[in-house]
Design a protein around this ligand. Structure first.
Ligand code: GLV
Ligand code: MN
Ligand code: MN
Length: 414
């Protein structure tokens, strides 16, 4: 019997999955419900099937792979993450939690361990907001944080609804009443993930035991000015929507920098200019704001400052603006005993470990609403993520998977 992680197998599986991409490797793009996303799911299902796990997919494509415990009526212990990837991403974000979760299960299987509680691996649908503008769709739906009706009506950039996208997937005729899981359905949820920040690497730590997950908010702004000929309209007569947007972006940056919380972060990652011609004054700008903090008071105050600035900019420049809230989620507090189980597991193996917060959001943010939840972080090179050169070494991954296996073993035995 072997009870160590097969890191070569896992790395090969991560690399193989990375070849299923909509762009030139090594960049990985897998947008939810695309042909590549569906192909990647098939690959994960194949591997889970090989490991003897029982597969189930819900009606939006959340994938569950179950290792039945000796007492199958007890709430299961769940682990997992996502396999969708934002444009030009790397190969580890999310995938580590799915394939690493599978490797943790296989490690326990080959050690001869028999879980009392079933262990379920979950690959969540659409953790990334790429297609529908809102992240963690699968876990929001599972935890009742978003209604199915709202989700089905979400639209992509071409105004195609989620309902329409679903109709071209193999799971579309699933039982929609089974998507929502009640509180207590799972005994615990533990997600393995790369840190996506520099702390672990900078401090030469093997493992982060996540105690809190920062609260994300997202907004969509429309700024409407007046278009016109780039040569013909003199500067005093202009109502340039992009100049207003530019001022707003800087006001938002200043508000986040001066919030009084070191954890406030604000990003404008999408800016669409209409009509978008070199010789035409921008008549309309659509932009998105991603605003996060571990504290709700400083996040709210930052947003109030930014929207007050927007009002003034609009008045000064004669622009019309509208703001739509995409999501405003509270932070999550992880299950204290799960955090301590992680810390103890790391200590036992002689791995260095620190309690820390997650600045990125994850499906764990929503799973924490229905089950005690924590995350296990491993370092990634330079803290880089959401870029093709995202990297964690096989040794770092092996340690993360070993700790995940230890934690799953401990809680699935109770
Ligand atoms: C998840 O990908 C995030 O943006 O935090
Ligand atoms: Mn991500
Ligand atoms: Mn992720």
């Amino acid at each position: 019997m072997k009870d160590s992680v097969d890191i070569e197998r896992l790395q090969a599986e991560i690399d193989t999955l990375a070849e299923i991409t909509e762009v030139e490797p090594p960049a990985v793009t897998r947008v939810i419900y695309s042909e590549k996303d569906l192909a990647a799911r098939e690959q994960v299902k194949f591997l889970c099937g090989e490991a003897g796990l029982q597969l189930r997919e819900d009606a939006v494509g959340n994938l569950f792979a179950r290792w039945e415990g000796s007492n199958p009526t007890l709430p299961a212990v769940a682990t997992g993450s996502h396999i969708d990837a934002i444009p030009n991403a790397g190969r580890y974000d999310g995938v580590l939690g799915v394939l690493g979760g599978l490797e943790a299960i296989r490690t326990l299987q080959s050690s001869g361990f028999q879980p009392r509680r079933s262990i379920e691996l979950i690959a969540f649908t659409s953790e990334e907001p790429t297609r529908f503008g809102i992240g963690c769709l699968g876990s929001r739906l599972m935890s009742g944080s978003l209604s199915l009706e709202q989700a089905l009506a979400l639209e992509d950039k071409e105004n195609r609804t989620l309902e329409s996208w679903l109709s071209s997937t193999p799971f579309s005729d699933g039982d929609r009443s089974r998507i929502l899981l009640e509180k207590g359905h799972y005994h615990a949820f533990v997600e393995l993930h790369i840190e996506q920040g520099p702390t672990l690497e900078e401090e030469s730590l093997d493992i982060g035991a996540v105690t809190h997950i920062a609260a994300p908010a997202a907004y969509r702004l429309e700024i409407i000015g007046q278009g016109g000929h780039a040569g013909g309209v003199l500067m005093p007569a202009r109502h340039d929507a992009l100049c207003g947007a530019a001022e707003f972006v800087l006001a938002l940056e200043a508000a986040a920098k001066n919030s009084g919380s070191p954890d406030t972060v604000a990003t404008v990652g999408v800016l669409q200019i209409s009509p978008g011609a070199i010789n035409s004054i921008p008549a309309q700008v659509t932009l998105t704001v991603d605003l996060r903090d571990i504290r709700l008071d400083t996040r709210s105050a930052t947003w109030e400052t930014a929207t007050a600035a927007l009002k003034k900019i609009s008045a000064d420049r004669g622009l019309k603006t509208s703001v739509a809230t995409i999501n405003q989620d509270p932070p999550a507090t992880c299950g204290p005993s799960l955090v301590e189980t992680t810390v103890a597991a790391a200590r036992k193996r002689g791995f260095t470990c620190q309690r820390m917060i997650s600045r990125a959001y994850h499906d764990s943010l929503f799973m924490s609403r229905i089950a005690p939840t924590t995350m296990i972080f491993i370092p990634c090179r330079n803290g880089w993520s959401h870029r093709p050169d995202e990297y964690s070494s096989p040794a770092q991954i092996g340690k993360g998977v070993a700790i995940l296996a230890d934690v799953l073993k401990e809680i699935a035995s109770k």
